[in-house]
Design a binder for this molecule. Structure first.
Ligand code: 5AD
Length: 364
């Protein structure tokens, strides 16, 4: 399988067949994913520093530790100055993207966040990614005017029924509409899903991978579902608890189906495989690393799931350890912002991207 890249039919059947491979073929699947990653994305691993600027959330997603109904969480919101200070400290050359993430409520207000985006773009060389949930199209457009480069919004599961059960009062259709708005406006768009949610079937897992491909995403973040004790799913298990290889098989198949998307080695892999999950992910299809830059005093309050790594590390240690891990794999730390290579619109101030073009052809 690994010698030449085989002709791949991007169907659900292919995805299911690849997800079903066992040892020793699974090693061939990993080598194939790694080769496709290298051929399309190169050996550079881009580092995106994440600032979890608020854990206030109006939603009650059944799996998430910062859901509104979890009264045990000490809620916080960083001030604009704190965010600016944290972002400025990041711009050392190794991480040229800041990811601003929060719970899903306008904790700061859309205009305040717009002002912060503007200031980051003016005062630092960083590319700005925002990840704050479903918002009206006009808000996305406004943030783009402020300089926002990218947006992350996972669809979590491609099954409408399961989506509705997990997200009370919210539909998959609404989520997909938001993703469509973002792409239409010309924002580099990331989405993705959790692996092994209760109620997920092999068919849904394969469909999740296909949906990523259909959406033609610039970035795709996935990771295992990890039960959080203070949520309604706290007593559930990941359905692949006894077959954790599935987390990596899914990542590898995702890469096979999405050769030119940025795919992060997400922190959830380290939570399940302490100290090595993200390294293994980088060797099996991933090409992005996202160290936590949230000020240390708030990290323990942003527990979407238990065993999140890096909670006691100051930001610079997280960066240092990211750089060391990348180099130990024989890979390079990517220089520049590491924009999408798909030709989504790239703001002129940071237009070092490969193949950037003013607008994206969605007719593919
Ligand atoms: N386990 C794994 N991932 C989770 N997320 C939220 N809660 C959990 C959990 N319990 C993921 C969701 C969300 C991202 C920010 O974190 O996919 O989109």
């Amino acid at each position: 399988m690994e010698k030449t890249i085989p002709h791949i039919e991007y169907t659900k059947k292919t995805a299911q067949q690849l997800l079903a491979v066992e040892e020793p073929e699974v090693q061939g699947l990993y080598r194939l994913a790694d080769r496709i990653r290298r051929d399309h994305m190169g050996d550079d691993v881009y580092i995106r520093g994440i600032i979890e600027f608020s854990n206030i959330c109006a939603n009650n997603c059944l799996y998430c530790g910062i859901r509104a109904g979890n009264g045990k969480v000490a809620r916080y919101t960083l001030s604009a100055d704190e965010i600016l200070e944290t972002a400025s400290a990041m711009a050392t050359g190794h991480q040229m993207t800041v990811v601003l993430q929060s719970g899903e409520t306008p904790a700061l207000g859309d205009e305040v966040l717009g002002g912060i985006i503007r200031r980051i773009k003016k005062e630092t060389p960083l590319a700005v990614t925002v990840s704050v949930g479903n918002r009206p199209r006009e808000t996305y457009r406004y943030w783009k005017e402020c300089g926002m480069d990218r947006y992350l919004l996972r669809f979590e599961t491609s099954d409408p029924g399961l989506f509705l059960r997990l997200h009370p009062g919210s539909t998959l259709e609404e989520r997909l509409k938001c993703l469509n708005d973002l792409q239409d406006i010309g924002i580099q768009t990331g989405s993705g899903f959790m692996i092994g949610l209760p109620g997920e079937t092999p068919d849904i897992l394969a469909q999740n991978i296909l949906l990523c491909r259909e959406l033609d995403l610039d970035m795709i973040g996935i990771g295992p579902f990890i039960p959080h004790p203070d949520t309604p799913l706290g007593k559930e298990r990941n359905i692949y608890d006894d077959n954790r290889e599935m987390f990596f098989k899914t990542l590898a198949v995702l890469r096979v189906f999405n050769p030119d998307a940025h795919i992060p080695a997400t922190t959830a892999y380290d939570a399940v495989f302490p100290g090595e999950g993200r390294d293994l992910a980088l060797r099996r299809g991933a090409n992005i690393f996202m160290p936590n830059n949230t000020p240390a005093c708030h990290r323990k309050d942003y527990f979407l799931y238990p065993d999140k790594p890096g909670v006691d590390d100051p930001a610079d240690q997280c960066l240092e350890s990211a750089v060391a891990r990348i180099r130990a794999l024989g890979r390079n730390v990517g220089e520049g912002p590491g924009h999408s290579i798909k030709g989504a619109h790239v703001a002129p101030s940071t237009s070092k991207a490969v193949g950037a073009s003013p607008s994206r052809d969605r007719s593919r």
